[in-house]
Design a protein around this ligand. Structure first.
Ligand SMILES: Cc1cc2nc3c(=O)[nH]c(=O)nc-3n(C[C@H](O)[C@H](O)[C@H](O)COP(=O)(O)OP(=O)(O)OC[C@H]3O[C@@H](n4cnc5c(N)ncnc54)[C@H](O)[C@@H]3O)c2cc1C
Length: 466
């Protein structure tokens, strides 16, 4: 591996426009780190591509040498797929966003973070529906599906893509749209990084500059009622409303009443993307039904909304996650959720509940690889801690609770929230679409060069394993 990477380095160096980093080089230590501190690797070579020809030459040499290669946009893969001990293709120098205000379209380069996309599109009063933390990479998020505050109103991130330009495993440049390579266009919307390095996304934008935000805090005694009320209310709610609930131990922060600090609570965050005046009234009515202890309602800018959770998920901490869907949240599942909140091991762990439906559910199950959108309740257990000594406690709490809930869940998972030990769940992600996605993978990446992802094994390699 070391020798092969040295050969790759020498062959790339004369024409490479970006930067090539090897262990010991200045900047290497920062460049090798990814967001999840549980995954530390020592790549032999980090190729910071400056343009599509850098990507092409890197893919060609790494692919023909058979070197394990990770692709990195924002480095936020919960599973840690954006690093390895071989080679990393790092797109962080490719963060251009070009907005066409009249057509409400943008071209987003493959290394963009959500913050770069939001900053550029807001200059034109427009938004691209994406995730909730601005330092997440746009590429990984879009390719996996992509849910955020605007999903009920405008759909998943991948639903708003009209075209992809990518470099495939043989170094070719391929475009995928509804007309050009439609099989690939289908697979890229939910199939993750399996098919090539996407250097550009062409996306649809929507007008929006601010939202109404209401936040409520419910003590342990009210969580059961809150969850029942939320479940019933969301079934009829308009698409302008997104309501997320976090179950956690209340932080020791100024805004949290003293008697709740360190206690199990449910935090509600509601956003309204329609007319602000009717939104305030609507949000207050929704929350009053569920009787939280405190409510705070205000208008926030879209950029404020998109960055308000940034500091809750810092780089370098240790993270572990499990996620899945419920078609309906029955009372016994709610009881389990309440019990689990009491057993949360630390204030940094949370049980996140979201309700999709709306525009997400209007796209047919076979229209994109993302697939079945019929189970609107999304549960994500996100554990977060600082040192290796707490690994076992946090991981076992997450796995144990997930195992208890699993029988009531609908099979399936959004790949953006999978951890690194869940490769056996990949067929569950695609279920009825499995043969179709395997066929696309087998065509575009028959040797599985792109394998650091929620991996779909090409046919010939799967056959060899049997
Ligand atoms: C703090 C935080 C908040 C999050 N919030 C949300 C959210 O609100 N909604 C949501 O849907 N998800 C969310 N996620 C999950 C996130 O979408 C996934 O972890 C996603 O993979 C991250 O993308 P990235 O580009 O940062 O990751 P990376 O680690 O760089 O890459 C992730 C995967 O995508 C592949 N990849 C990256 N770039 C490319 C490219 N240009 N071409 C081809 N393949 C590529 C990589 O090979 C890897 O398999 C969040 C994650 C974190 C850590």
């Amino acid at each position: 591996m070391v020798e092969a990477c040295e050969e790759i380095y020498s062959s790339l160096r004369p024409k490479f426009k970006g930067g090539l980093l090897r262990p010991g080089d200045a900047g290497y230590e920062e460049a090798r780190a990814i967001w999840n501190g549980m995954v530390a690797r020592t790549p032999r070579l980090i190729a910071r591509c400056a343009d599509i020809s850098d990507i092409q030459s890197t893919v060609r040499v790494a692919s023909s040498a058979g070197i394990l290669t990770a692709i990195r946009c924002g480095g936020h893969s919960l599973a840690g797929f954006s690093t390895c001990d071989g080679m990393v293709i790092d797109l962080s120098r490719m963060r251009q966003v070009v907005v066409d205000t009249d057509k409400r379209r943008a071209r987003i380069a493959g290394g963009c973070l959500l913050g770069s996309v939001d900053a550029a599109t807001q200059k034109a009063g427009l938004v691209f529906p994406s995730g909730v933390v601005s330092h997440t990479g746009a590429s990984g998020l879009i390719l996996g599906g992509g849910t955020g505050w605007l999903a009920r109103r405008f759909g998943l991130s991948c639903d708003n893509v009209e075209g992809f330009t990518l470099v495939t495993a043989d170094g070719s440049i391929v475009r995928a749209t509804a007309k050009e390579n439609p099989d690939l266009f289908w697979a890229l919307r939910g199939g993750g990084g399996n098919f090539g390095v996407v250097m550009e996304f062409e996306v649809r934008l929507h007008p929006l500059t601010s939202v109404v935000l209401a936040e409520g805090l419910t003590p342990e005694s009210g969580i059961r009622l809150l969850l029942q009320c939320w479940r019933d209310f969301m079934a009829e709610a308009p698409i302008e409303l997104k309501w997320n609930i976090d179950l956690r131990l209340a932080a020791h922060k100024n805004k949290v009443p003293a008697e709740l600090r360190g206690q199990p609570v449910a935090g509600s965050s509601l956003i309204w993307t329609g007319d602000p005046d009717s939104g305030r009234t609507f949000l207050q009515r929704a929350l009053s039904l569920c009787r939280p202890d405190s409510v705070n309602t205000r208008v926030v800018s879209f950029l404020g909304l998109q960055t308000m959770a940034d500091s809750d998920f810092p780089h370098g901490r240790r993270y572990y996650t499990k996620s899945g869907y419920f078609t309906y949240l029955d009372d016994s599942s709610i009881d389990r959720l309440v019990e689990a909140t009491v057993s949360i091991p630390s204030q940094d762990n949370q049980i996140e509940l979201a309700y999709l439906g709306g525009s997400v559910a209007q796209v047919g199950a076979d229209e994109t690889a993302f697939g079945d959108r019929s189970a609107p309740f999304v549960l994500t257990l996100l554990s977060n801690w600082s040192g290796p000594s707490a690994d076992a406690t946090n991981i076992s709490w997450t796995r144990g609770f997930f195992t208890k809930l699993r029988p009531a869940m609908k099979p399936g998972v959004h790949i953006n929230f999978m951890s690194g030990d869940e490769q056996d769940r990949v067929p569950e992600v695609y279920r009825q679409r499995w043969e179709q996605i395997v066929a696309v993978k087998s065509h575009y990446d028959p040797n599985n060069f792109f394998r650091l992802n929620q991996n779909i094994l090409p046919r010939k390699l799967a056959a060899n394993r049997e």
